[in-house]
Design a protein around this ligand. Structure first.
Ligand SMILES: Nc1ncnc2c1ncn2[C@@H]1O[C@H](COP(=O)(O)OP(=O)(O)O)[C@@H](O)[C@H]1O
Ligand SMILES: [Mg+2]
Length: 263
């Protein structure tokens, strides 16, 4: 069954059709990647799916229910959370605090109880911290729990952001360029983490520039160019798709594509 159904969504900015008539689905536990050259509309698509922008065309269904343009915190309650291409962590807070805020958002505690420091609020904080610690371990940041986020390496921050999104307990995680700006070792770690998260039953919608990573871990790939979907399929199909090779990978990329097709 589809977890996410994207049906004919589109949006324009002024005269520019940033995304036009794009449809695809993400099934439970699947990794679906959206690729395409810079400016193809990937981030805009994510923004429409995650409630940052209201689509001007089409609709979005989560678990067969319409969620088009729904605010990010409401989507999170329904099981969809995301990370951003540009990091959105709180640099002055510790890694642990950054993740624990995710758990706080998820819980229905009383603000008054928090303000008064009642035992129920303290118990909740303790529980959030324990869960946050577990998540930090899971993303390989167990030892950095007490470090200020601002002091962490770029690769660690990317993982911290994933931990915080996981704190919302998603069934579907949207990752916008999780390996952008990371070195080869960090990229490999992110890839392992993404595969592990998917293996635990969380579906993933991924935007990523690193084609090797995309080809290795995706179940399905959606290709955008100039805001439109030009191809969709399993990695081997995409790697040998004439329109993708021409429009996206560009001249001289055929050999490269052949290499992926052998994988
Ligand atoms: N808020 C906005 N206002 C105007 N134009 C935008 C806005 N967001 C994106 N665009 C334009 O939409 C197109 C798609 O951008 P984007 O979704 O960021 O591409 P990608 O993530 O694939 O690189 C680009 O031409 C970009 O300049
Ligand atoms: Mg982008």
């Amino acid at each position: 069954m589809s977890l996410l159904d994207v049906k004919n969504v589109g949006i324009s900015f002024g005269g520019l059709r940033a995304v036009h008539d794009v449809s695809f689905a993400v099934r439970e536990g699947e990794i679906v990647s959206v690729i395409g050259p810079n400016g193809a509309g990937k981030t805009t698509l994510f923004n429409m799916l995650s409630g940052v922008y209201q689509p001007q065309q089409g609709e979005v269904l989560l678990n067969n229910e319409p969620v088009t343009g729904m605010a990010p915190h409401l989507l999170a309650r329904r099981g969809m959370s995301r990370t951003f291409q540009n990091l959105q962590v709180f640099p002055a807070m510790t890694a642990l605090e950054n993740v624990a805020t995710g758990f706080h958002l998820q819980e229905n505690g009383s603000l008054l109880a928090d303000l008064l420091g009642l035992p129920s609020a303290r118990r909740r904080t303790k529980r959030s911290e324990d869960q946050a610690r577990e998540l930090l371990e899971r993303v390989g940041l167990g030892r950095a729990a007490e470090f200020e986020a601002g002091s962490l390496s770029y690769g660690s921050l990317k993982r911290l952001e994933i931990a915080r999104a996981l704190a919302l307990g998603p069934k579907l995680l949207l990752l916008d360029e999780p390996a952008a700006g990371c070195n080869a070792v960090e990229t490999e770690e992110i890839e392992k983490l993404v595969a592990e998260v998917a293996g635990s039953g969380i579906a993933i919608l991924l935007v990523e520039h690193d084609m090797k990573m995309v080809m290795r871990i995706s179940n399905q790939i959606v290709v955008l160019d100039h805001g439109e979907k030009i191809a969709e399929g399993v990695p081997a199909e995409i790697a040998s798709h004439p329109r993708v090779i021409e429009a996206y990978l560009g001249a001289g990329a055929k050999e490269e594509a052949a290499k992926y097709a052998e994988c």
